[in-house]
Design a protein around this ligand. Structure first.
Ligand code: DC
Length: 215
């Protein structure tokens, strides 16, 4: 029987990971958070102080890096980094790393390998357009910039980070711009993806909306 794959794309704060985790449980699918993979390599580049404009240095780092997803956790070279990849520092750096083509090629290869023999729900920016273009189902989640900023602000504030709604909104706008304008596999809705606007909706309502399409 053919594996089932669900592609869930959209900008930061649209609700992708929250929704994907619930659908994964509901439908017994493996959840793959591709953003976490880009975040892990960004964290390593930050820690090593590597200049992202030096593509050769980035390629060398990719050759000696191991990224593993286990459940909702992510390991970088065998060490748990689930929390550390979600700091404002990584938030603001990751799009610079995610636009480098050698980084994308390595991540996409890993993502396709993970998905090859499993039923998956994968969230990201290019899943329906590039990573699994023939996914069984494709969704594109959106929400207003105000709401997305508010969600991320609350998340950061609850973790104890000192920031403001205005700063978070500017940071999200910058990331949206970089993610949509990059050359290689930019963020965009796949033509055959179902668009779901999550603005002002309860999580459970969005989940129900998506479940209706999954037969
Ligand atoms: O979903 P997220 O915020 O954790 O993603 C972190 C960054 O990684 C985001 O700014 C864009 C990039 N990304 C990407 O380019 N392609 C993906 N499939 C997933 C994330």
């Amino acid at each position: 029987m053919k594996n089932i794959s669900i592609a869930l794309d959209g900008p930061a704060g649209a609700g992708k990971s929250t929704i994907a985790k619930i659908i994964a449980k509901h439908k017994n699918l493996t959840y793959i958070d591709t953003g976490a993979m880009y975040r892990a390599i960004a964290l390593k580049i930050l820690r090593k102080g590597i200049d992202v404009n030096k593509e050769k240095s980035v390629q060398d780092i990719l050759l000696v890096s191991n990224i593993d997803l286990e459940g909702n956790d992510i390991f970088l070279d065998g060490n748990l980094v689930t929390e550390e990849i979600r700091t404002p520092k990584v938030n603001n750096f990751v799009s610079h790393v995610a636009k480098i083509s050698s980084v994308r090629m390595k991540m996409v290869e890993l993502q396709r390998n993970i998905a090859a023999n499993k039923n998956v729900i994968m969230d990201g920016r290019d899943i329906g357009t590039y990573v699994i273009p023939n996914a069984t189902y494709k969704f594109y989640l959106t929400a207003s910039i105000e709401e997305r900023a508010k969600r991320r602000f609350v998340e950061l504030r609850d973790k104890g980070f000192d920031t403001t709604l205005e700063i978070v909104k500017e940071e999200i706008k910058n990331r949206d711009k970089m993610d949509t304008e990059r050359e290689f596999a930019p963020l965009k809705k796949a033509e055959d993806a179902i668009e779901v606007d999550t603005t002002g909706k309860y999580i459970q309502d969005v989940v129900n909306e998506i479940l209706q399409y999954l037969k």
